[in-house]
Design a protein around this ligand. Structure first.
Ligand code: FMN
Length: 190
């Protein structure tokens, strides 16, 4: 595997207390391969709505913090629900702001996608749109394995936050192992 620690940062697309996607995100350090360190991104909950006029007077500090953290990470994982068949508005707003920071930090960045949703498709339509946004930003998005946790309330224990469905746990382990290799192959050397 990697000859160095891979620092991976997760961006959770849900602001909800008790979010299933946050539960999945919180489980990742325990499912990561040796040498992968997984932490949570600085929050985007305080971002204003993107407005070019505000950008002209400087980037808000929370935007700069998230942009700096994306830049510093060896890889980024999005853990996000699907809202109305697409990217949750708050997350899209965060990506829009970060994309405006000079020398935008998603360029060349290894990215992996995970989604949990109550629908049977598990957020697949959201991932399609998120992939497209990452293409525009020149990120390197892992193709496979894909993680769509459909009917998430039956696979994750809302009380304990544990992923109870062992097949899902196995898929996540496989994706994280693949992501480690992907980062080594495609990510910039430090
Ligand atoms: C505004 C809104 C739109 C939603 N749209 C979808 C959808 O398009 N597809 C889907 O599977 N679930 C949809 N849901 C249900 C979410 O999958 C469910 O609320 C999920 O638990 C949200 O993720 P979270 O637990 O991480 O907050 C929607 C929920 C909200 C609040």
């Amino acid at each position: 595997m990697a000859d160095r620690t891979l620092n991976v940062m997760c961006i959770c697309g849900s602001l909800r207390r008790g979010s299933y996607n946050r539960m999945v995100m919180n489980a990742l350090p325990g499912l990561a391969p040796a040498g992968m360190n997984i932490t949570e991104a600085p929050p985007f909950s305080e971002f204003p709505l993107y407005n070019a006029d505000e950008e002209a007077s400087g980037f808000p500090p929370p935007v700069q913090r998230l942009a700096d953290a994306v830049r510093a990470a060896d890889g980024v994982i999005f853990n996000s629900p699907e809202y109305n068949f697409s990217i949750p508005g708050g997350l899209k707003n965060a990506i829009d702001w970060v994309s405006r920071v000079p020398n935008q930090p998603f360029a060349g960045k290894p990215v992996a996608l995970q989604s949990a949703a109550n629908g049977t498709l598990g957020g697949g339509r959201m991932q399609y749109d998120l992939r497209r946004a990452m293409i525009f930003l020149d990120a390197m998005t892992l193709s496979k394995p894909e993680i769509f946790i459909g009917n998430c309330s039956t696979r994750i224990d809302a009380k304990t936050g544990e992923i109870t469905d062992q097949q899902t746990v196995g898929f996540i382990r496989q994706q994280l192992a693949a992501f480690a290799k992907f980062i080594v192959q495609h990510g910039p050397r430090p």
